[in-house]
Ligand binder design. Sequence first.
Ligand code: ZN
Length: 236
Amino acid sequence: MIATGTPGEAAHARQIYVGWVTAGIELCEHVVTSLSDAEFAEPSRLPGWTRGHVIAHIDGNARGLGNLVTWARTGIETPMYSSMEQRDADIEAGALLPPQALRARLVQSSAQLADGFNSLSEEDWSVQVRTAQGRMIAAREVIWLRAREVMIHAVDLGGDVTFEDLPDDFLIALTDELVARRGTQRGHPAIALQAPRHRWDISGEGTPAVVNGTLPQIAAYVTGRSSRAPILPGWL
Ligand code: ZN
């Protein structure tokens, strides 16, 4: 996660994460711009969701995380979503918007979140805020949450973006996080992940299964976006 060391180091780390957010949203906008209107209603790579659902979710996530940025700046508790039911209803409604309107919403909410990041002072980044899952995090982690969303969902949109298009340092940070997360899940199988220059071990049950692949393949696998055995449940 984002280092807290000296103020200079912390600012540098934030810059890297903000760079991932910018790159990820550019990939999303690239796909969204290249889709025909009819393709918005077609299935995405996420089970049960059209591309319109994924775009509405990326848009809603920007607004939700924007609430956490407001919380950090003002100190006034501002939850990501009023409820999970409302979050889901907004995705359903957003998916039915005319494609042109949905595209415009995504561009607008992403720009607004970028402005929000720019509005925070050094101290604001340390304010504790609550994620939709109920976890308390420092505001600086919001940048990472957004980077994950825009990078992975850029692939989920089902356009020409794949994990191969995502930066190596991002894929390493993502795999680090998921290996740690999956290693704490009860009943998760033990798995050794082997990429050409990196290796991770997911602690778990049984003799570790070995999964080999390129870094993008390993990252896709560990997020549950691969057909390789042992199949992992989807995440994010
Ligand atoms: Zn998501």
